[in-house]
Design a protein around this ligand. Structure first.
Ligand SMILES: C[S@@+](CC[C@H](N)C(=O)[O-])C[C@H]1O[C@@H](n2cnc3c(N)ncnc32)[C@H](O)[C@@H]1O
Length: 252
């Protein structure tokens, strides 16, 4: 199966230098390692330090691009192996041109079905990738992430929040036309707290769900696990949904 139209901006032939300038939130070349450390530390130090990869763990990044975050993960944690999964052969080639590490490998796939067995990875993360994937495809990938996550493992996923919509360099109306006209550029898809809550807790049925809004990233970080017999990491998470707030204000 071919990835859908959003994918063209990622799969085209392009040099490493051009990708480094284009795909990292407008951050300058000198700052790319620090940008990657920023995502790493936000996920594995500030929000979910208990999710840090341990000795020998197999770690998966979804949408690894040219590998900056994988590289700084290796710099800090004693994992056994890290796999970057991507739909773009060119991106993988450029990542391998940029760095090599015996613990790092890259896997190309069709954009729908992860080529990994169930329950395989104890740690999975994704930054600045799911936001570019059409929502109906992204939902199928969220299910795939849950499928390949090991029991008691940790998945941490980064999503753009609806709060980012008024601040994106591309006006939202233009964004809509880009999608309608299949323009070969970055498309953005935004999420709200309630939407993420329903997707993960009701439709996928994860355990240890947590959703944190990060103002400076204008983003959500979602954490979940599997087979822990605990639906939410913080018991009060459902109270932050619209429904939860409404019920608190007007108890039935
Ligand atoms: C903006 S780049 C981010 C790269 C990296 N995560 C980072 O932040 O440095 C988005 C990446 O997601 C990849 N991508 C797009 N659709 C994807 C999909 N369905 N599955 C996995 N990766 C995908 C693109 O090819 C690209 O490498």
């Amino acid at each position: 199966m071919e990835p859908t139209a959003y994918a063209a901006a990622w799969t085209r032939e392009e040099s490493l230098d051009s990708l480094n300038r284009r795909i990292h939130d407008g951050v300058s070349l000198e700052q790319l390692a620090d940008r990657a450390r920023g995502y790493r530390d936000q996920m594995f130090e500030v929000l979910y330090p208990f999710a840090q990869p341990k000795e020998g763990d197999h770690v998966l990044e979804i949408g690894s691009g040219v590998g900056w975050i994988m590289q700084v993960m290796l710099e800090k944690f004693p994992m056994g192996e890290i796999t970057g999964l991507d739909i773009s052969e060119n991106m993988i080639r450029r990542a391998q041109e940029r760095f090599s590490d015996p613990k790092a490998q890259f896997v190309l796939y069709d954009g729908f079905n992860f080529p990994f067995s169930d329950n395989y990875f104890p740690v999975i993360y994704s930054c600045a990738a799911l936001q570019h994937i059409e929502k109906h495809v992204a939902f199928l990938l969220m299910r795939e992430i849950y499928r390949v996550l090991a029991p008691q493992g940790h998945a941490i996923l980064h999503f753009l929040s609806v709060n980012h919509m008024p601040h994106n360099g591309i006006p939202y109306e233009q964004e809509c036309w880009n999608i309608i006209n299949n323009v070969e550029t970055h498309w953005h898809f935004y999420y709200s707290f309630d939407e993420l809550f329903i997707l993960f807790s009701e439709l996928i049925g994860v355990d240890d769900l947590d959703i944190q809004h990060n103002e400076s990233f204008n983003s959500f970080f979602v954490h979940f696990s599997k087979n822990t017999q605990r639906k939410f990491l913080r018991e009060d998470l459902p109270h932050f949904t619209y429904q939860g707030r409404f019920n608190q204000t007007f108890p039935i």
